[in-house]
Design a protein around this ligand. Sequence first.
Ligand SMILES: Cc1cc2nc3c(=O)[nH]c(=O)nc-3n(C[C@H](O)[C@H](O)[C@H](O)COP(=O)(O)O)c2cc1C
Length: 218
Amino acid sequence: MKLNLSADEVLTSTRAVRKRLDFDKPVELEVIKECMEYAVQAPTGSNMQGWQWLFVTDQAKKDAIADLYRQGWEMYTSMDQAAMNLEVENQAQQDRVADSATYLAENFHKVPVMLIPCMPGRLDGLPNMAATSTYGSIQPGAWSFMLAARERGLGTAWTTIHLMFEEQAAEILEIPFAEVTQIALITIGYSKGTDFKPAKRPPVETVMHLDSWGNRPS
Ligand SMILES: Cc1cc2nc3c(=O)[nH]c(=O)nc-3n(C[C@H](O)[C@H](O)[C@H](O)COP(=O)(O)O)c2cc1C
């Protein structure tokens, strides 16, 4: 089933879906493969598609990954947010995100499909160009996957918390940790309803610069 959204609608309504994820509706491998056809159209550095895409559907493995995620979530929420230098502009929105993210953490094992996009090599200590080329050669594809999923009535959320325990996750999933880096974990399931709206963001002029760092477009 496709929603027939316009490109602009897909781009402005692909939200992090957590509370409205339908844990009980199975996601067919067929629709995942369809989304992958769009993911692999994304740009990659030097046109090298070094990426690998690991989908987790086995319940015992999802349980084990969810345990790691919850441990990471507890660590993350106990960190001093101010010390992490996070400036919060919209506290109400931030509180809603925290509430929704806690819900996801508590129910992580129920997520129908988990996607872990992977790239070859370890990135620790790489110069900026090499690191960004690696991340940048899979993040556009992963986002395309999420956009294609949205068009098909699926809800996704980009997560990184399990990476606090990347090596343990690699063991569970038999990923060769020394040779392969996990980039994220994208949760996938049908959304309850499909009426997602554009998010409130600060005006674009506040993050734009024109010709020099100090010059803002009006
Ligand atoms: C790099 C990155 C890491 C993220 N990590 C997590 C995560 O670990 N857990 C989670 O629930 N959401 C995570 N998110 C989702 C964000 O919280 C979400 O995108 C943000 O709140 C904006 O919401 P929206 O996507 O619905 O506009 C992550 C997003 C990005 C881009």
